[in-house]
Design a protein around this ligand. Structure first.
Ligand code: C2E
Ligand code: MG
Ligand code: MG
Length: 281
């Protein structure tokens, strides 16, 4: 009976495996269609200046409007896009779309407005035939600093020659650089300085439980002070409560981003936030 049961179990297991790989192939096929079929969307989350609460920037966050499964967050498909070699095509689309939006909002505000895009480590690998982001902005006659690029600190600690060249060329074009999820990895102060980083985005894990954890508060204060001494500005991520916001302002952080201000929203909704008088130069 035991043997029989084992046989059933492995058949059950094999069936599930088969089902999982079918789903995966389906998703891969769908993902290859997503860009040409116009299913990718950018959502925008405000980045607020802490001294006065005004919206100063936005982060572009990718969504996939899947015909059957609805709106999917990046965690559901970015990894897959990297695996099947689609990430650079998608990343170039994200960049041109975000840059165009930054330009529109700059015009709306009668000045300039910065939108940041995320670039994953796979997008720093050497590849032929990629759109030059710097050249694209030049062709549009658009200021480099209307866009900033967010990347994980691992790009700096494990820097390849291709990644170093890429960072230098972005910086040269005036595109600002932000280290995302800072504090979650192990970048050294020296590498931040070496690559001319403009912003530290402090990982939201530092805000979590902060009130109850004096150690975390000390680390945060030290990170903010260190960033400022290096000439970097600080963006705190994942700000969800007024208490966190007030603490950060007191501690001298420059910007904040999080559900307290707004979740990521489509461009039209973001325009309404800007039009609501929340943005000032
Ligand atoms: P990230 O760059 O750190 O983006 C911030 C994430 O935190 C977003 O998740 C945002 O919705 C979420 N968030 C914002 N405020 C709060 C808050 O107050 N509380 C909490 N709990 N979460 C908050 P999302 O949009 O699901 O993106 C996840 C990650 O996917 C991003 O992390 C980024 O690393 C990656 N990603 C997003 N868009 C792109 C893209 O266009 N290209 C690439 N390569 N990666 C992307
Ligand atoms: Mg980011
Ligand atoms: Mg982030």
């Amino acid at each position: 009976a035991a043997k029989n049961n084992g046989g059933n179990q492995s058949r059950f297991f094999a069936r599930n495996m088969h089902k999982a790989s079918q789903l995966r192939y389906r998703l891969i096929a769908d993902l290859r269609q997503a860009l040409p079929a116009g299913q990718l969307r950018l959502y925008y989350q405000p980045i607020v200046e802490l001294v006065d609460g005004g919206i100063r920037k936005a982060e572009a966050l990718l969504r996939w409007s899947h015909p059957q499964r609805g709106l999917l967050p990046p965690a559901e498909f970015i990894g897959l896009a990297e695996e099947i070699g689609l990430i650079n095509q998608i990343g170039d689309w994200v960049f041109t779309e975000a840059a165009a939006q930054a330009r529109r909002w700059g015009e709306l505000l009668g000045g300039s407005f910065q939108v940041s895009v995320n670039k994953s480590p796979a997008q720093f690998a050497a590849h032929a035939q990629r759109l030059s982001w710097a050249a694209h902005l030049r062709q549009q006659g658009q200021a480099g600093n209307s866009v900033s690029v967010e990347f994980m600190e691992g790009v700096l600690t494990n820097v390849s020659e291709a990644a170093g060249d890429e960072l230098a060329s972005l910086h040269q074009a005036g595109i600002e650089l932000a280290v995302d999820h800072f504090g979650a990895g192990a970048s050294s102060i020296a590498t931040l300085k070496k690559f001319d980083v403009d912003y530290l985005k402090i990982d939201r894990s530092f805000l979590h439980d902060m009130a109850a954890d004096a150690g975390k508060q000390t680390i945060l204060e030290t990170m903010i002070a260190m960033a400022h001494r290096l000439g970097l500005r600080v963006i705190a991520e994942g700000v969800e409560t007024a208490k966190q916001r007030d603490w950060l302002r007191e501690a001298g952080a420059d910007y904040a981003q999080g559900f307290l201000f707004s979740e990521p929203v489509p461009a039209e909704q973001f325009s309404a936030l800007l039009g609501g008088g929340q943005a000032r130069h």
